[in-house]
Design a protein around this ligand. Structure first.
Ligand SMILES: Cc1cc2nc3c(=O)[nH]c(=O)nc-3n(C[C@H](O)[C@H](O)[C@H](O)COP(=O)(O)OP(=O)(O)OC[C@H]3O[C@@H](n4cnc5c(N)ncnc54)[C@H](O)[C@@H]3O)c2cc1C
Length: 340
C-alpha cells in the first residue's frame, strides 16, 4: 500500500504554495484523477483538495466588463452548463458540456479538471501494457500496431496517437476561450489553442500548464448574438460514451454570405483541432451545399488515418457539413445532440 497525504487548501495562495512540493496533484471532482490512481497510472504522493477555496468567483460564472463571461475553474460541469449566462450567450458550451459523461459525473467534475482530463487510450490506462510513451516515456506506443479505432487522424506522432477526450474543450476551442492560470509568480492567460499540446516526442505532457500552476477560470470572449452554433457528437452509444468524432461550429452570416465561421473537431487529435482549412474556404462565400461539402472534404484531405480509424475521415467530413448546417438553422439535431 502507498501512503497518500491529503491537504485541503483554503485559498488560491495556499493551493499554489502547497503545489510547490514534488509529487503533488490538485484534486477537483476526482472523477479522472482517482481512476488513474486506482489503476496505478498516476502516483501522486499528496493531493491538494481545491474544492473549498474561499476566493470569490471560482465556483460561479460572471459577466466581464468587455462583454465576455468568466467561468470559475471550480464550477461543476452541470452548473457551468446550466448557468444563465452560459445558456443564454454560449449555448454551444452548454451543449458540449451536457454531451459529456453522465449526470452524476457532471455533478462532480469541475471545469479545471475537465480541461486537464487525460486521454482514454486503453494502452495508457492499462499498466499491463508496458509500452505507452504517455505513461512511461521512452517505452514505445502499443496503440500504433494495436487497436486504434478511437485514435488520432490529425497531428499524431510516432510516439503517440492518443486523442484528447474532452467535449467541453472542443466548444472552448471554437469559442476562442482563454484559460486563466495562477502560480507564485502571478497570473497569465493561455489561449485555448495553446493550452493543449500535440504529442511530438513528449506525449507525457498533455498541456502547456507548468508544474504548480493552478487553473483559476476560463474566459469567453463577447458572444455574437447573431451567431448560430451547434455541437455534434458522434459516438457508439447515445450517452455515457466518449466522442469518436465531434464538431463544434459557430457561424455568423451576413446576408447569404459567411461573415465568420469557427469549426473545432474533437476525437481526432491530441488537442481540439481547429478546421482552419474549411473555415478559410467558407469565410466570405455564400453558404451553398457545394461550398460546404468542398470545404469539409478539403479539411479532411490533411488527415493521416491508420488501419482501424479510416472511418473517422468520412465521419468527420459529414459531421462538419451537418454541424455547420445546424448552426445555419438548415438542419436540427436529435434530442441527445448526436447524429442518427
Ligand atoms: C465513465 C466516464 C465517462 C466520461 N465521459 C466523458 C465524455 O463523454 N466527455 C467528456 O468530456 N468527459 C467525459 N468524462 C471525463 C470527465 O469529464 C472528467 O473526468 C472530468 O471532467 C474531470 O474533472 P474533475 O474535476 O473530476 O478532475 P479531477 O479528476 O479532479 O482532476 C483531473 C486532472 O486535473 C487536474 N486539475 C483539476 N483541477 C485543476 C485546476 N483547477 N488547475 C490545475 N489542475 C487541475 C488534476 O490534478 C488532475 O490531473 C468521463 C469520465 C468518466 C469516469
Amino acid at each position: 500500500m502507498e501512503a497518500i497525504a491529503y491537504e485541503r487548501a483554503a485559498d488560491i495562495a495556499g493551493a499554489i504554495r502547497a503545489a510547490r512540493e514534488p509529487g503533488v496533484a490538485f484534486i477537483g471532482g476526482g472523477t479522472n484523477l482517482l481512476d488513474l490512481m486506482k489503476g496505478g497510472v498516476e502516483r501522486p504522493v499528496k493531493l491538494i483538495d481545491i474544492t473549498h477555496l474561499s476566493d470569490d468567483g471560482l465556483d460561479t460564472a460572471r459577466a466581464l466588463p468587455n462583454g465576455g463571461v468568466r467561468i470559475g475553474a471550480l464550477m461543476r460541469n452541470s452548473d457551468a452548463a446550466n448557468h444563465p449566462l452560459v445558456r443564454e450567450r454560449y449555448p454551444l458550451l452548454t451543449q458540449a458540456l451536457l454531451a459529456g459523461a453522465s449526470a452524476q459525473l457532471r455533478n462532480m467534475a469541475t471545469v479545471g479538471g475537465n480541461l486537464m482530463q487525460r486521454t482514454r487510450c486503453p494502452y495508457f490506462y492499462d499498466t499491463a501494457f508496458a509500452a505507452c510513451n504517455k505513461r512511461a516515456p521512452g517505452s514505445g506506443c502499443a496503440a500504433i500496431d494495436g487497436h486504434h479505432r478511437n485514435h488520432a487522424i490529425f497531428g499524431a506522432s510516432e510516439a503517440c496517437i492518443a486523442v484528447n477526450p474532452s467535449d467541453m474543450s472542443v466548444a472552448l476551442a471554437a469559442l476562442d476561450a482563454t484559460v486563466q492560470v495562477a502560480d507564485a509568480g502571478g497570473t497569465r492567460g493561455i489561449p485555448i489553442g495553446q493550452f493543449h499540446r500535440l504529442p511530438g516526442d513528449r506525449p507525457d505532457l498533455d498541456t502547456t500548464l507548468q508544474r504548480g500552476e493552478l487553473i483559476t477560470s476560463v474566459d469567453l470572449p463577447p458572444a455574437t448574438s447573431a451567431a448560430g452554433t451547434a455541437y455534434l457528437k458522434v459516438r457508439d452509444r447515445a450517452s455515457y460514451a466518449f466522442a469518436l468524432v465531434s464538431v463544434a461550429a459557430m457561424l455568423h452570416m451576413n446576408g447569404d454570405k459567411v461573415e465568420a465561421v469557427h469549426i473545432a473537431l474533437g476525437g481526432v487529435a491530441h488537442k481540439p483541432w481547429r478546421a482552419t482549412i474549411a473555415e478559410g474556404m467558407l469565410t466570405g462565400q455564400p453558404l451553398s451545399d457545394k461550398a460546404l461539402h468542398e470545404a469539409a472534404a478539403a479539411q479532411m484531405r490533411d488527415a493521416r488515418p491508420l488501419r482501424e480509424n479510416r472511418y473517422k475521415v468520412a465521419v468527420a467530413e459529414r459531421a462538419i457539413v451537418r454541424a455547420v448546417n445546424v448552426a445555419a438553422g438548415r438542419e436540427r439535431l436529435g434530442v441527445t445532440g448526436e447524429t442518427a
